[in-house]
Design a protein around this ligand. Structure first.
Ligand code: NAP
Length: 526
């Protein structure tokens, strides 16, 4: 596929009127061709109007059509073959094998949502039949089903150029819900975005769907993003990126005459708690696994283990030494963008120079010319950590801080002190059960996913997954951006009272023609 640098607005390819943006090959610091001309507020308006016009016909299309549409996108991404992986590699510096894996995840997500659409559970079809003879008052016939919110703006994430970008989790879940999607491409991988965007555009046409079901816009300097999040036709936003960007979009969405939900996934340091018996039994093994998890993907995962908490003593010292040694053997590796590298370098230097922090181990030094980040593990104690809020800030990349606590009570105090997290991990043996029981109620308040004896990197896309959590992990603690229930972010319930059967949505008709699982008078029936 030859890249054109054009935006995709409905069925059209549109050359933006703004200045051309070039992806940067982060390994060489060189701009890549072609330029992608930025759109204007008029382009946003055109895409939003098309999305609004597409909404009713798209959501009225049979669920089977919607499922097949998602599957066609998956097939189209696979059909791009090596060309997609090679372009994404050039734009992001991510290794080919990682990108092949990420493509598999992306395709898997689309197919999972096709299944979710087909099985119909997401509609929550619920029937409370009329009780005309009820005393003292009769009950009306009440039927509930979820309907899609409307057009959704999706911001492609820099760190998942496939799985959380143009056809990534936010797009797949919004399309599955029945919402048209407008993607604001991330400037780190515009070529990847165009390739995948054209696949979606072709799938829209193939299934005879209205053209406004999908558009793709380019732009920088927040202009397109703000115009999109504040356009009256947009009803929700999906975002993964910086805390600052997420908060700006939340503020813009709340300041609209009609505020809308922003599902922003922003900042998490994913604490790992080393409970005493587990640490005593396997400090070195846990340390090696921790360093592997820390450097995976150059630490550019939202689930990267940025904080480790243990109780002071010989076992924690063994852990510190083993982690320090393991990280010394690790090389520097290219980050996604020069901006992300320089933010890492700044954060890592701030930790290294902090009066309360000791360096436990450093890998190969960072190589700025290649935007390559050197990994590092630092240490402090809990008293200093609790007194230094800056030590809790996310350093996006392969750096982590080990915090030594006096005892289990101080470990719990550290947990209590933490901000909201995507994950919290326990290394735990049977003899740690009491300490774990003390921590769990705190961790349930703090995190969206609690793991035992594993590492938080590596997020399964499945029905039970939660990739969310209290602020600042996300802007909405009641949701997840990964897994089947991500569809719920883009739905809302409608209750139909005493509507004649012919006017009800098919999923709620008395004969249940779609064969949906339904809750009838509070009892689930197949
Ligand atoms: P970003 O700066 O938040 O940008 C992400 C997207 O949001 C871009 O398309 C950007 O468009 C848009 N955007 C940002 N601020 C905006 C605003 N105020 N109004 C409207 N649109 C806005 O994220 P990034 O470029 O991917 O990386 C920067 C930093 O974010 C990293 O160093 C890291 O700290 C953090 N990050 C965290 C995660 C995570 O999973 N927790 C993932 C990726 C990045 P424009 O180009 O127009 O600004």
């Amino acid at each position: 596929m030859t890249l054109t640098g054009n935006m995709l607005i409905g069925a059209q390819a549109v050359k933006g009127a703004g200045a051309p943006l070039h992806a940067i090959d982060p390994a060489r610091g060189e701009p890549l061709q072609p330029g992608f001309c930025a759109g204007t507020a008029e382009d946003v308006a055109r895409a939003a109007e098309l999305a609004a016009a597409a909404f009713d016909p798209y959501r009225a299309a049979p669920l089977e059509t919607r499922a097949q549409f998602l599957e066609s996108i998956a097939e189209g991404i696979l059909a791009l073959g090596d060309a997609l992986i090679e372009r994404t590699h050039l734009e992001t510096g991510l290794p080919l094998a990682r990108l092949q894996g990420e493509r598999g995840r992306t395709v898997g997500q689309l197919r999972l949502f096709a299944r979710v659409v087909r099985d119909g559970y997401f509609l929550d079809a619920t029937v409370d039949p009329a009780q005309p003879d009820r005393q003292p008052l009769p009950r009306a016939d009440l039927r509930l089903a979820n309907v899609p919110l409307g057009p959704v703006a999706v911001f492609g994430a820099s760190n998942f150029p496939l799985a959380f970008s143009v056809a990534g989790g936010d797009t797949a879940s919004a399309l599955a819900a029945g919402c048209p999607v407008i993607v604001k491409a991330h400037n780190a991988h515009p070529g990847t975005s165009e390739m995948v965007g054209r696949v979606i555009q072709q799938a829209v046409a193939k299934h005879g769907l209205p053209e406004g079901v999908f558009s793709l816009l380019f732009g920088a300097g927040n202009e397109i993003g703000t115009a999109l999040a504040t356009h009256p036709a947009i009803t929700a936003v999906g975002f993964t990126g910086s805390r600052r960007g997420g908060l700006a979009l939340v503020a813009a969405a709340n300041a609209r005459p009609v505020p809308i939900p922003v599902y922003a996934e922003m900042s998490s340091i994913n604490p790992v708690f080393l409970l005493p018996a587990a640490l005593e039994a396997r400090a070195e093994t846990i340390a090696k696994g921790f360093v592997e998890s820390l450097v995976m993907g150059v630490g550019q995962f939202c689930t990267n283990p940025g904080l480790v908490i243990g109780i002071e003593g010989p076992a924690l010292e063994r852990f510190r030494q083993a982690a320090g040694q393991a990280v010394q053997a690790k090389g520097a590796a290219t980050m996604l963008t020069p901006g992300i590298f320089s933010a890492y370098a700044q954060g890592e230097q701030a930790l290294a120079g902090h009066a309360s922090v000791a360096t436990l181990g450093r890998g190969e030094a960072s190589r700025p010319a290649a935007n390559a980040a050197g990994p590092a593990v630092f240490g402090t104690d809990a008293t200093r950590f609790l007194a230094s809020p800056e030590l809790e800030a996310e350093v996006f990349g392969p750096a982590s801080l080990v915090v030594a606590c006096r005892d289990a009570a101080q470990m719990r105090a550290v947990a209590e002190h933490l901000e909201g997290q995507l994950t919290a991990t326990l290394f735990v043996d049977d003899a740690d059960a009491d300490v774990a029981r003390g921590l769990l109620p705190v961790l349930e308040r703090k995190a969206g996913r609690i793991l035992a004896n594993g590492y938080p990197t590596g997020v399964e896309v499945s029905h039970a997954m939660v990739h969310g959590g209290p602020f600042p992990a996300t802007s909405n603690p009641a949701s997840t951006s990964v897994g089947a229930t991500a569809i719920r972010r883009f739905l809302r319930p409608v209750c139909y009272q005493d509507l004649p059967d012919a006017l009800l949505p098919d999923g709620l008709k008395r004969a249940n023609p779609l064969g949906l699982p339904r809750m009838t008078d509070g009892v689930l029936s197949a």
